[in-house]
Design a protein. Sequence first.
Length: 391
Amino acid sequence: MSVAALIVAAGRGARAAQHGDPKQYRPVGGVPVIARAIAAFAFHQAVDDVLVVIHPDDEPLYHAASEPFAQRLRKPVHGGARRQDSVRAGLEALAGAAPSSVLIHDAARPFVKPDLISRVIAGLVAHQGALPCLPVTDSLKWIADGRVIGTAERDQLWRAQTPQGFEFDAILAAHRAAAKEPARAFTDDAGIAEWFGLDVALVEGAEDNRKLTTVEDFKIADEMLQARRSNAATVRVASGYDVHAFGPGDAVILCGVSIPHPKKLIGHSDADVGLHALTDALLGTIADGDIGVHFPPSDARWRGTSSELFLKHAGAKIKERGGTIVHADVTLLCEAPRIGPYRDEMRARIAQILQLDMSQVSIKATTNEGLGFIGRGEGIAAFATATVSLP
């Protein structure tokens, strides 16, 4: 069975929007909602293909949030006016790949876990569809004109979740048929499948797989993640060190900032000694080698490359492990140039690259009191320490 995941993220989410951004791009626990949803499918061993449907206005937001998973994702497609139009656009984009099954998931459900995804896939072995559900526990009332007129029997009522799984050809046919009747509006894909006559089985949902709709939902989710971190997180601290010699030039690049100077640092990339040391420190927290393992100096592709690429890569590797960067600290050792005037610009640049708050980044500098190769002005060294919280 080949399985594709279709993540629907084209809505506006006005009830939970912040600073004009749709809710799927709002951070929860420091990570965009959509990034958490993408990660669940991009790294599931049974999912072969991942496509995200986005709003045309959200291209920059999407590319920033999905960058850590770029190698695992198809090019996004633009959605339509209604959710069912967006899903159909995604299904049509997947049709050429002809997967046997598709999992359709709302980006606003960022806490979907691997075992739930696996249950939905397993439900497709004997059925055309599989719908994760939870039983209704509250009493449900019929209301008319503001008055209670009856009580609904809840024994046969269930709360539907996503991802909803289907045989690909069957759900594509159902969506195409629904598109020919524009007056019909469906709240989810299981509704279209039911209308079209598909056999959809119920599978066990998960309470954690909640949909974030309101500002209050985000507050609850942040509190839940904070509680999980404090109860189950492992804090790791690692260090990094790098040194580069001076050569002819007119500027040095330190911590992503170009500083005028009568010399430049020599190296295979841009020789940013500060970002190199911090990259090694971050990789050290997850025991994933060093910068030379991931970007060998023997590889001509990295000649002259901005070291920001290396730092982004290390940050993405930590996110893949479910980790959170707590703090980054860099100490630069040099007689010149003066670091003080550029300190905050360096902090801001590192914070931007790693999607941190500036308060989580520290830059310090010291001279070598005229001693050794640093004291003689032959080069610059850097020490870095990274603190990371891992589940």
